[in-house]
Structure formats: structure tokens, C-alpha cells
Design a protein around this ligand. Structure first.
Ligand code: ADP
Length: 532
């Protein structure tokens, strides 16, 4: 398959969040599986890593943006050890800035122009480079316009009628909402600015646009895909998601095992595998206790937490119950930054309990790895969690996760119960009601198991370490979905899909044509957190 994946950030070229990891991890895994993959991303000179190649091409683009035409260049780069074709859109006025989206706490005022431009530039680059993709895969609001451009412009071109689009939502809280006047920038028919398609309560909403016009929308875990159809998690777009239900799929993000694997991790004092975890972890735990000034106590249960310190990550529960938890033979290693109240809380806790609580306020990649390796258990009581990476790192590093059953946490962590203990699937501790007492009870279950039933604990560690969390598994699921989207377009047009037994004229898949799915009225107008 020929795949074009568009993303406003991709590691190692740029990063503000998990999207950058997905753009790199998924494209590399798809290419390794034999697909022809092009990743298109903006060129941000301020953050571009010195070691990565940036090769000029002769390709120059003229991109329509409202009543202007903006010119841009294409550069080529690459990932080491991968044949993903990386194309960088170089447009200095839009992307040569200190940050990607936000500076000094405020969004760039021209973010709509910048990313409408980028979305159109992706389509222009595809033409200019003669890529002829089978599928466009767009991600988050920054490229939410692409599925609309594919449905209303690209597919009208001869030979492009069966090009599919897939759109991935990484976080519903960031929607790309702009004044109605921004519709003019898109170059699309003003009639699409209606509540079933691109409008959200009088504003242009680019996340909604991506959901509505894509052949399939995906999000980053199966449970989050269901959650976003409910008002608690839908951030006002729950009705749009409900209308898309038969074309809304959750695919769990993978982990980049080149960066996160205890057998090869350069940040660890001792490396280990599932076979050597007992000794390896004991050594990593002792080294971590030394590094953080914790007492040298192999018998204490060491909890790790590497996180943004916010309500989303469950810090209100930690703040409510940390003193109770400290009545047992436990230690805490906190690393993170975030809301002032929680930074102060962990710093004061560390001051009050020297040798038992360590609080590192800041960003420290190496320490994040050493906490994952040296801690016995990992706390992740998030209020909501689209996918979550740290519980997956914890599983891989033999660190038993304690999580709230939401989003990707519910999909990756299996609670220790009699049945899951017997069949060997248990790999952690899970609670269902988000309140301080339920959280505390769950922590007590973990403490009891660690202190009194080491055999069961070792079973949890093994089960976590032996699971498949690689990108290969996720990439196979995406490839299957791309194929389903393409097949649907062929069938809709009465064509026989290449290499398929589905006969021409067979029943069309519902809603697969350029016509967007019908989003019912009544999406609630609740505030979203912004445009990231
Ligand atoms: P989110 O993207 O919502 O913050 P995830 O669990 O999906 O949460 O990913 C967070 C990532 O950021 C993880 O890789 C985590 O290790 C890393 N991280 C968060 N805070 C820090 C920190 N202070 N130092 C190092 N790494 C951090």
C-alpha cells in the first residue's frame, strides 16, 4: 500500500506530545511491514536536530490559502534504519519560530492559517512528488482539513477516486476552533460550514472536520473510542463521534522499543530481561535509591511516578492519600512538572519524609527511565487517559502498574483477581471509581501482595514483561483499516478492489463515499481546553 501520513510533529524532528511518537513509531513500523510510506511534516528550523539530514529538493509549492498563494519548498529527511520517505514542508514565515504552536502561554494568532496552509501543502506535495497514495492518514486538528480536501477536491481528480482518508484523534481536548471567518481560508465551499460538517456553534472546528470527512476516524485506544461518544469525555463532540460510531475505531499506540526496553536501555545502571528481572530490578532499585537519596531498603515497596502534575493524571488522589499510604513500608519517587499546588505538595512531602519520598521537579529523560526500571510499582490514577505511555513502559520494565480503568489504561492493565491470577493474564491493579478511598483500597491490595505474596507479584511482573506492546501490532491494525477504507471506496463506485474477491456492484459500505456521515444537531457547546 502507498501511505501518506501527515503530522504537525514527528520525533526526532519536533515534539510537544505523544503525536510526535506516534508519527515516527507508526510510519517506521508500516515501512518495516513492506508498505511504501511518506511522512509529511513541517520544517521547524528552531527545533530541528543537528544530526538529522535536511536535503533540499527542487520541489517548490504554490499553496492556495484564502485569496493568497503561499510558496514553500520541500526538503527530504529520514529516520535512521528505516526507509520511510520523510518530507519536510519548509515555509519560513509560518514555521521558523521558537515553538510549534504556543509561545509565552498563548497560541500563535495565525495558527489557523499555518495549519490550513500545511494541510493544503500536504496535498500539493503529493501532486508535486507524484506520490499517488492509496490512503492519506491525518492526525489531530492541525491536519483535520485533509479528509475534507480529499473528499471534496482530491477524489474528484481522474485516477484519485478511490484514495481513502483516515483521521486519528490523539486528544479530544484540543480541537482547533477558529472564528467563522476562517472558513474562507480553507478554500472549501461555504456550504460545508454547517453544524453537520465543519461548524461547531458558530466556529470553524478542524477536529470535527477531520472526524466527519474521514472514511474512518480512529483514536488511540479502544476504550477511549467508546468514551468519546459520551459527554464526560467528548468535549462537546460526543454527538459527532456517535454519528461516526460504525467508522470510529480504537487502536492502541505502540511503544518504540528502540528507546524503551530494559534489555538495551542505555540509561540504566544494569540491563535486564524477563529472565533476569529479579536481580536486574534489585540492582536498578538500589541505584535509584542512592541517586534520589532514598533509604537503602530492598524490602520497601518503591512507587514511581513520572508525569505531568495535573488533575488529569490523578494528582488530586495522590495528594489526598499519600500520607495514608506512607503508613506502610513504602517509598515514593516522583518526577514531573505541572500545577503549582501539586509541585508544592510533592516537594513538601519529600521534606517531611526524608529517605522515603523523593521529588524531582523538572524534565529528565534519563531519570524517567531509571524510575521505570527501579520502582516496584507505578501509580497512574488518571482521570482520563486517551492511551498512556507510562503504564506500557512500566509493564515492559517489570514495574506493576496501579491504574484507573479509563482509556488506554483499561486496555493494557489487567487487574489481579482470582480468575486473572489463575489464567496468568493479571499484570497490575485496576480501580473503577475515581475517588480517594477506592484508590487507597487498590494501593493497599498492591502493598499487601508485594509484602506478603512475592510469588503472585512475580507473576504480575512476568505477565507484563511478556506482553506485545510493539508498534508492529498497532501498524498491522492500521494497515487493515486502510485496506477496509480503500475497499469500501471501490465497492461504492461499483469497482472491483485490486486483489480482492469482492465483486463489483456488491453492497456499498455505509457512508463510505465523499458524503460525510450525518452528525446530528445538538453537540454541546462546552468549552474545550484550547488548540494546544
Ligand atoms: P501525556 O502525553 O498525557 O503527558 P503519556 O503517559 O502518554 O502522558 O506520556 C508522557 C510521556 O512524557 C512519557 O514518555 C513520560 O515518561 C514523559 N514525561 C512526562 N514528564 C516527564 C518528566 N518530567 N521527565 C521526563 N519524562 C517525562
Amino acid at each position: 500500500m502507498k501511505i501518506v501520513l501527515a503530522s504537525s510533529e514527528a520525533l526526532p524532528f519536533s515534539k510537544t506530545g505523544g503525536l510526535a511518537d506516534v508519527a515516527a513509531g507508526l510510519t517506521k513500523a508500516l515501512a518495516a511491514a513492506g508498505h511504501q510510506v511518506t511522512l509529511i511534516t513541517p520544517h521547524y528550523p528552531h527545533v530541528f536536530p543537528a544530526h538529522a539530514p535536511r536535503l533540499p529538493t527542487r520541489a517548490r509549492l504554490q499553496v492556495p490559502l484564502g485569496n493568497r498563494t503561499i510558496s514553500a519548498h520541500l526538503l527530504r529527511s529520514e529516520f535512521p534504519d528505516s526507509n520511510v520517505d520523510v518530507v519536510l514542508v519548509d515555509q519560513q514565515a509560518f514555521f521558523n519560530r521558537p515553538a510549534l504552536y504556543t509561545e509565552g502561554g498563548s497560541d500563535y494568532p495565525d495558527n489557523c492559517e499555518r495549519f490550513v496552509f500545511f494541510s493544503r501543502a500536504v496535498i500539493e506535495a503529493v501532486h508535486r512528488l507524484g506520490l499517488e497514495p492509496d490512503v492519506f492518514h491525518a492526525n489531530d486538528w492541525q491536519t483535520g482539513l485533509i479528509p475534507a480536501l480529499v473528499a471534496h477536491e482530491y477524489r474528484q481528480l481522474p485516477g484519485c477516486e478511490t484514495t481513502a482518508s483516515v483521521f486519528t484523534i490523539h486528544n479530544m481536548a484540543f480541537q482547533g476552533r477558529f472564528p467563522a471567518s476562517a472558513m474562507e481560508l480553507t478554500g472549501l465551499d461555504q456550504r460545508l460550514f454547517n453544524m453537520h460538517e465543519m461548524e461547531f456553534y458558530g466556529e470553524l472546528n478542524l477536529l470535527k472536520t477531520g472526524i466527519v470527512f474521514s472514511d474512518f476516524a480512529t483514536t488511540v485506544s479502544p476504550t477511549y473510542a467508546r468514551e468519546i461518544t459520551r459527554p464526560e469525555y467528548g468535549y462537546g463532540l460526543e454527538r459527532t463521534c456517535q454519528a461516526k460510531l460504525d467508522r470510529l475505531v480504537g487502536i492502541l499506540n505502540g511503544v518504540d522499543l528502540a528507546d524503551w526496553h530494559p534489555a538495551t536501555d542505555p540509561h540504566l545502571p544494569v540491563r535486564f530481561s524477563a529472565d533476569t528481572v529479579a536481580e536486574g530490578k534489585a540492582a536498578c532499585k538500589q541505584a535509584l535509591q542512592h541517586e534520589l537519596g532514598l533509604d537503602d531498603r530492598p524490602d520497601a515497596l518503591l512507587f514511581g511516578m513520572v508525569s505531568r502534575m495535573t488533575d488529569q493524571k490523578g494528582f488530586d488522589l495522590i495528594a489526598a492519600r499519600a500520607e495514608d499510604i506512607l503508613r506502610a513500608n513504602v517509598q515514593f519517587a516522583f518526577l514531573g512538572t505541572g500545577e503549582r499546588q501539586y509541585e508544592d505538595f510533592v516537594a513538601e512531602l519529600a521534606e517531611k519524609h526524608p529517605g522515603r519520598v523523593a521529588a524531582t521537579l523538572g524534565f529528565n529523560e534519563g531519570l524517567a527511565h531509571r524510575i521505570e526500571a527501579g520502582a516496584d510499582a507505578y501509580l497512574m490514577p488518571s482521570r482520563f487517559e486517551p492511551c498512556g505511555l507510562n503504564q506500557q513502559y512500566s509493564l515492559l520494565y517489570g514495574t506493576v502498574p496501579i491504574v484507573h480503568a479509563v482509556g488506554g489504561l483499561a486496555d493494557t492493565v489487567v487487574d489481579l483477581r482470582p480468575d486473572t491470577a489463575t489464567d496468568g493474564t493479571a499484570n497490575g491493579f485496576v480501580f473503577h471509581h475515581y475517588d480517594a478511598n477506592t484508590f487507597l483500597e487498590t494501593v493497599w491490595r498492591a502493598v499487601g501482595c508485594f509484602l506478603h505474596d512475592q510469588e503472585t507479584w512475580a507473576g504480575l511482573v512476568q505477565s507484563g514483561m511478556r506482553g506485545d506492546l510493539s508498534w508492529n501490532r498497532s501498524a498491522a491494525a492500521y494497515a487493515e483499516l486502510y485496506q477496509k477504507a480503500i475497499t469500501g471506496l471501490y465497492v461504492d463506485r461499483g469497482l472491483t478492489p485490486p486483489g480482492s474477491a469482492v465483486p463489483a456492484g456488491a453492497a456499498a459500505m455505509p457512508g463510505a463515499a465523499a458524503t460525510p456521515s450525518q452528525s446530528p444537531p445538538g453537540d454541546s457547546p462546552r468549552a474545550v481546553r484550547g488548540n494546544k
